[in-house]
Each structure stands twice: as structure tokens, then as C-alpha cells.
Design a protein around this ligand. Structure first.
Ligand SMILES: *[C@@H]1O[C@H](CO)[C@@H](O)[C@H](O)[C@H]1NC(C)=O
Ligand SMILES: *[C@@H]1O[C@H](CO)[C@@H](O)[C@H](O)[C@H]1NC(C)=O
Ligand SMILES: *[C@@H]1O[C@H](CO)[C@@H](O)[C@H](O)[C@H]1NC(C)=O
Ligand SMILES: *[C@@H]1O[C@H](CO)[C@@H](O)[C@H](O)[C@H]1NC(C)=O
Ligand SMILES: *[C@@H]1O[C@H](CO)[C@@H](O)[C@H](O)[C@H]1NC(C)=O
Ligand SMILES: *[C@@H]1O[C@H](CO)[C@@H](O)[C@H](O)[C@H]1NC(C)=O
Length: 366
């Protein structure tokens, strides 16, 4: 027994120390994974380069497909990643809850492959060759336990339309998605994270994202939007729209987002005269990224704002009214970090009264 304990400790140590390097190779859409160890969720997303595969084969009595590894620490996890597999291995064990298939050459998903699995919680298919027309739309339909479905870096042209209602995270960044079928998210009341950056979306219609009542993080960066899309879920707290060629903002662009805290609009080609003074009147806002645009003045921002990134614009001057409509004992800007580097202004240009408004500033870069 003592010997077994030691072996387990050593194993955990090896796993823990190696995790950072392996995670760096795969970004899973750029948002780190929240792992609930109490639920038995595995804390590594790949076993590649960690350990001798033969060791598992000889030491784990459970059935395990030839193309996969089945670690004894996580009996419900199946690691079949980074093996250039063209197909999903046959007869996946029924116990499978965490299925890692990233970094393969899988182009199709048939509805049969999950036929015997009822408890699937994570399905990770990043960096494959998945295509919308060879993906059986009903493949995930009956997976009521599925919480995470990742298919970043594939060739999908549309969001799979039959997603299970219990899904919490859907990561589909860097595909070729131009279509969301209306009603796709109608029942996905528990979805909190949706990554669609690096796709080909041009517009969002009223029914496209309807139903996403708990949406927290929505990444729509790097698409083909020409204006801020309407009909986004009002519950969103983190909205990323960088790298879209936006022609401008209007007063209503961010109206109705009562919980919006983090807004990213860098590399959008925005000019100062295309931003009305009310555009960022969002009293919940904490962080605003407007870097790498074509702004010539500092936009008007709410006093709640703590982080403002304006680097790499063409800003020539600075007016305290952008941050404080009035200055008084209780009316001042909560700004902590202000970046103005890479603009057309110098520190000497800051007006003498700026310290009364930006009174809790920790860092300013000019
Ligand atoms: C499902 O289980 C049945 C009976 O054990 C087996 O014949 C079939 O091949 C399995 N299907 C898959 C896709 O694993
Ligand atoms: C991946 O699959 C395609 C056909 O679907 C094939 O042409 C290609 O050679 C495969 N790549 C590798 C690395 O096996
Ligand atoms: C889902 O379950 C329904 C009802 O049990 C069944 O008719 C259907 O074939 C199942 N779909 C898949 C893809 O397994
Ligand atoms: C959504 O989450 C709630 C609370 O965690 C849970 O009770 C409910 O069953 C979930 N809905 C679905 C469709 O899984
Ligand atoms: C911001 O909007 C609120 C209503 O949400 C309004 O009362 C307030 O006057 C606006 N602030 C500015 C500076 O216009
Ligand atoms: C700052 O802006 C206010 C209101 O827009 C304006 O009245 C004032 O002249 C400006 N100050 C400077 C130094 O440009």
C-alpha cells in the first residue's frame, strides 16, 4: 500500500510539473480551462511527452482502444490526441467522460461513434479537419451530460445545429463559419462561453443567439463584421470584437448591456469622428481596449473604467473631460492603468488638472 501511494505521488508530481509546457502548445481558443477537481475532471489535456505509453498499458486493467491512452488517475478520461488519426477509434469504452481527440486528422463525425457512451462531459476536437457537411448534425444530440465541446482550428462552415441543452462552453474559433442557424442556441440556457473568433461571420440576426441567457464571454474577434452586431446576448460580461473592420460605432452599439465589464475593440480601424460621445456610456465597464485604431482624440469613457488601452493610435492631445465630466470629492475617475504610448503626444501635453480627476491612477504610459 505504501509503495502504491508513493507511485501515485510521483505520478502526480510529474503531471503537475509538465502541465504548463503542454498547455502552451495548444491554446484551446485562448481562454484557459477551469477545472473542477472535485468532479474528478482531469487536470491535463494531453499525455503527449509525459510518460511511457507502455506503462499505462501494462498497469491499467481497464479496456483501452489501441490508439489511445487510459491513465489510471482519471479512469473516465481517454487520451487519443496528437496521433494523426483519420478516424475516431472504434469501440470507445462506455465509461468515457473526457475524450481528447485534438491534433488528429479527423474529417467526419458519424452519429454512431458515441452510440454506446451516455456520460460524455468533454469532447475536445481542436486541430482536426472537421467539415460541416461530413459532420452528422445529430451526433451530440443525445449527450445530455456534455458540458464542453471544443472544435477550434477545423474547417467548419456553420455552427453545428443540434447541440445538447446542458452545454456550458462551445469553442469554435478559427474555422470558416459564416452561418449560425436561427434557433441553434434556443435551449442552451447554461452556455456561458462561446468562442467564434477567426471565422467569417458578417452579421447576427435576431434569432441566431437567442436563448443564451447566461452568456458571459463572447469572442467575435477576427470576423467580417462592418458594424457592432445587434442581437447579442444582454447578459454578456466580456465582449471581444477586435480585428473587425468596423466603420464606426453608434450610440446604441452597447446599449442594454448592463453587465458588460470587458470590451475589446482593438485593430478595428476606428476613427474618432465615428465614435459618438455616448458610445461608451456603460456604467459597468471596467476595461476597454481601443488600441491599434486611428483615433485622434481620447473618447469619453465612464468614471467606472479602470483599464483603458489606447496605445498605437494617432492621439494628439488629452482633455480631462474624457474621464471626468466634473471633478469633486466623490466624482473622479477610477482609472488605474492608462496606456497612451505610440500616439502623437508627449507627457508635457498632459493638462495641469489631470491629477484631480485621475486620482487613483497607478500607471500611465505616454
Ligand atoms: C456498441 O456496443 C455494441 C454491443 O456491445 C457493439 O456491438 C458495438 O460495436 C458498439 N458500437 C460502438 C460504436 O462502439
Ligand atoms: C489527412 O487526411 C487527408 C485525407 O483526408 C490525407 O490526404 C492526408 O495525407 C492526411 N494527413 C496526414 C498527415 O496523414
Ligand atoms: C437519440 O435518441 C433518440 C431517442 O432515444 C433516438 O431515436 C436517436 O436515434 C438518438 N440519436 C443518436 C444520434 O443516437
Ligand atoms: C443548467 O444548470 C442548472 C444549474 O446548474 C441545472 O440544474 C440544469 O439542469 C442545467 N440545464 C441543463 C439543460 O442541463
Ligand atoms: C449615460 O447614460 C445614462 C443613462 O443610462 C444617463 O443618465 C447619463 O446622463 C449618461 N451619461 C452621459 C455622460 O451622458
Ligand atoms: C475640453 O473639452 C471641453 C468640453 O468638450 C471643452 O470645453 C474644453 O475647451 C476642452 N479643453 C481643451 C484644453 O481642449
Amino acid at each position: 500500500m505504501a509503495l502504491l501511494c508513493c507511485t501515485m505521488l510521483v505520478l502526480l508530481y510529474v503531471f503537475g510539473s509538465a502541465s504548463a509546457t503542454v498547455l502552451a502548445g495548444m491554446d484551446y481558443g485562448g481562454v484557459p480551462l477551469w477545472i473542477n477537481r472535485l468532479l474528478g475532471e482531469p487536470s491535463v489535456l494531453s499525455l503527449q511527452g509525459r510518460m511511457d505509453r507502455a506503462w499505462f498499458r501494462t498497469n491499467n486493467p481497464q479496456a483501452c482502444p489501441e490508439q489511445c491512452d487510459c491513465p489510471i488517475q482519471w479512469p473516465t478520461a481517454l487520451y487519443c490526441d496528437h496521433r494523426v488519426l483519420a478516424d475516431i477509434p472504434d469501440s470507445l469504452p462506455e465509461r468515457t467522460q473526457y475524450l481528447f481527440l485534438q491534433g488528429n486528422n479527423i474529417s467526419s463525425l458519424s452519429s454512431l461513434f458515441l452510440a454506446n457512451i451516455t456520460g460524455l462531459r468533454w469532447l475536445i476536437l481542436d486541430h482536426n479537419q472537421l467539415q460541416s457537411d461530413t459532420l452528422d448534425q445529430s451526433v451530440l444530440q443525445n449527450q445530455t451530460k456534455l458540458r464542453y465541446f471544443f472544435a477550434n482550428h477545423n474547417h467548419l462552415r456553420s455552427v453545428p445545429s443540434t447541440l445538447p441543452a446542458g452545454l456550458k462552453q462551445l469553442r469554435l474559433s478559427y474555422n470558416q463559419i459564416s452561418i449560425i442557424s436561427p434557433g441553434t442556441f434556443q435551449k442552451l440556457h447554461n452556455l456561458t462561453l462561446l468562442l467564434l473568433q477567426g471565422n467569417r461571420l458578417q452579421t447576427i440576426t435576431e434569432r441566431d443567439l437567442k436563448g443564451l441567457v447566461r452568456m458571459n464571454l463572447l469572442d467575435l474577434s477576427g470576423n467580417l463584421f462592418l458594424s457592432v452586431p445587434r442581437h447579442l446576448p444582454p447578459s454578456v460580461q466580456q465582449l471581444y470584437l477586435s480585428n473587425n473592420a468596423l466603420s464606426g460605432l453608434d450610440e446604441e452599439s452597447f446599449q442594454g448591456f448592463l453587465q458588460l465589464k470587458y470590451l475589446r475593440l482593438s485593430h478595428c480601424g476606428l476613427k474618432s469622428h465615428d465614435i459618438p460621445p455616448q458610445a461608451f456610456n456603460i456604467s459597468s465597464l471596467v476595461e476597454l481596449d481601443l488600441s491599434n485604431n486611428k483615433l485622434t482624440t481620447v473618447p469619453t469613457v465612464p468614471t467606472s473604467l479602470q483599464y483603458l488601452y489606447l496605445e498605437a493610435n494617432e492621439i494628439q492631445g488629452f482633455n480631462v473631460t474624457s474621464f471626468c465630466r466634473e471633478v469633486g470629492p466623490l466624482s473622479y475617475s477610477r482609472m488605474k492603468i492608462l496606456r497612451l504610448d505610440g500616439n502623437k503626444m508627449t507627457y508635457q501635453q498632459l493638462p495641469p488638472d489631470w491629477v484631480f480627476c485621475l486620482r487613483v491612477l497607478e500607471s500611465i504610459y505616454v
